[in-house]
Design a protein around this ligand. Structure first.
Ligand SMILES: Cc1cc2nc3c(=O)[nH]c(=O)nc-3n(C[C@H](O)[C@H](O)[C@H](O)COP(=O)(O)OP(=O)(O)OC[C@H]3O[C@@H](n4cnc5c(N)ncnc54)[C@H](O)[C@@H]3O)c2cc1C
Length: 404
């Protein structure tokens, strides 16, 4: 079996083809909230949005948040997710103090640094394979205001992006950038850098706690996908123009952290064939590999507009199988054009392997067995903690193991 949260993973880590899938939607209760120390204990199906609603009015915020608030606590732990503050905070698992794990022998095991510590670090980033996380306890971040003071700065080369990251990381808690993955020649590496900090004066929360809700109708994408070479170039040009000048403004946290959350079913714009997502990280010592990746993507003409470039810091991840590690991370979508896209993804994997980097399982559907083994060197140790009744399509694909 496999337990899943809100299925916000892009690949097959949340798929268990031909076998049992248990949804954690019913595990939706808060258990305890220490409003003085900022420690929350809740069941694993609670979403990050629900947590934000509870803790923000009390002056607390999520310690780490990925690019969508639909993620559940179980999913955040099992993929050890990272956010725009990775350079200062590390990944979500760094804040988990204890969790409950239900194993297939019907034993409910409490895991922390002091109790079942090995199973604890196997479960953080453990891809849902060590058992069902029933609840978790984690520490929150103190804030005065969830709104952010955001500065956007256009940049013109990859080197300029690295320089901006370097100077912003000591002054700004959140850093991320959009990169024009279609640009070629002199223009390659151009993008927009966004850096922000929470506003330090208190403000009205009514608007901040609302989520937009525009739905993409089912009819969209049933015919031709809306994402094609023409629309991509047009989008990238318009986006660049809209962000052509340096700006600074206050932004609601939802808009800054979760730009896609107000657009229900945004995946429909890719049409029936859907899309692949790719995310890798390469160490700073081989940061030039990103230029190679961007060159291949631009030459293929297959990238998309949702391309993100960011640096990851050196706060150690606690999971045996955590993806986050120091370096430069590139993430983007590729409309599914069949074998052509898969072959591009394999070529990108080869560059990542050569650069001693890693590909993120939460965003993968084609990684090879050899790649997986190289990216996650503690795989053998991890395997001894996998629950014999648990598996996933991802696990079978990258290990070749059918049953334990
Ligand atoms: C728009 C968008 C933006 C994103 N941005 C980021 C980002 O910035 N950073 C990042 O790191 N990720 C990002 N992601 C990926 C997402 O954060 C992860 O894939 C996350 O794990 C999804 O959580 P989920 O609750 O939907 O879990 P699912 O996708 O349903 O499951 C993910 C994994 O968790 C396991 N799992 C879930 N619940 C449990 C449980 N209770 N017990 C045991 N195992 C469990 C599943 O078996 C599976 O292996 C993004 C995804 C989207 C769609």
């Amino acid at each position: 079996m496999l337990c899943v949260g809100n299925r916000r993973s892009y690949g097959d880590v949340c798929v268990n083809d031909g076998a049992v899938v248990a949804e954690t939607a019913g595990l939706s209760r808060f258990i305890t909230f220490d409003e003085v120390k900022g420690v929350l204990r809740c069941e694993s199906g609670v979403s990050l949005w629900d947590i934000a609603q509870l803790v923000i009015p009390k002056g607390w915020f999520l310690p780490v948040t990925p690019g969508t608030s639909f993620v559940t606590v179980g999913g955040a732990i099992a993929n050890d997710v990272h956010g725009k503050n990775h350079h200062v905070a590390g990944s979500f698992g760094c804040f988990v103090t204890r969790l409950g794990l239900l194993r297939s022998n019907n034993k409910l095991v409490e895991c922390s640094d002091d109790s079942n510590a090995d199973l604890f670090s196997a479960t953080i980033g453990g891809l849902g394979l060590t058992g069902l996380i029933t609840w978790a306890e984690f520490t929150l971040k103190r804030i005065v205001n969830p709104q952010l003071d955001v500065e956007e700065i256009p940049y013109h080369s990859y080197e300029e992006f690295l320089k901006l990251s370097d100077e912003s990381e000591s002054t700004h808690e959140y850093c991320v950038s959009w990169i024009d993955c279609l640009a070629s020649g002199d223009q390659r590496g151009r993008g927009v850098f966004f850096r922000g900090n929470h506003i330090q004066q208190s403000g009205d929360l009514t608007e901040a706690l609302q989520r937009g809700n525009i739905a993409i109708p089912a009819i969209v994408g049933k015919g031709f996908p809306l994402v094609n070479g023409f629309s991509l170039r047009a989008f990238n040009m318009l986006y660049r123009r809209a962000h052509a000048n340096r700006k600074r403004a206050a932004e609601p946290f939802g808009k800054y952290f979760y730009p896609l959350d107000s657009l229900q079913n945004w995946n429909r714009i890719y049409g029936r064939k859907g899309f692949y997502q790719f995310q890798c990280v390469v160490p700073f010592s081989n940061a030039a590999a990103i230029t190679d990746l961007l060159g291949r993507i631009s030459k293929s003409g297959q990238g998309s507009f949702l391309s993100v470039l960011k640096t990851m810091g050196d706060v150690p991840s606690r999971g045996l199988m955590s993806f986050s590690r120091p370096g430069v991370t590139l993430a983007l979508d590729f409309p599914n054009r069949g074998a052509k896209t898969v072959s591009l993804l394999h070529a990108l994997e080869a560059v990542v392997c050569e650069a001693d980097g890693a590909i993120y399982p939460a965003k993968d559907a084609v990684m090879t067995t050899e790649g997986f083994r190289q990216f996650f060197p503690r795989l053998d140790d991890f395997q001894s903690h996998v629950d014999p009744a648990f598996s996933s399509s991802f696990w079978r694909r990258v290990t070749g193991i059918e049953t334990q």
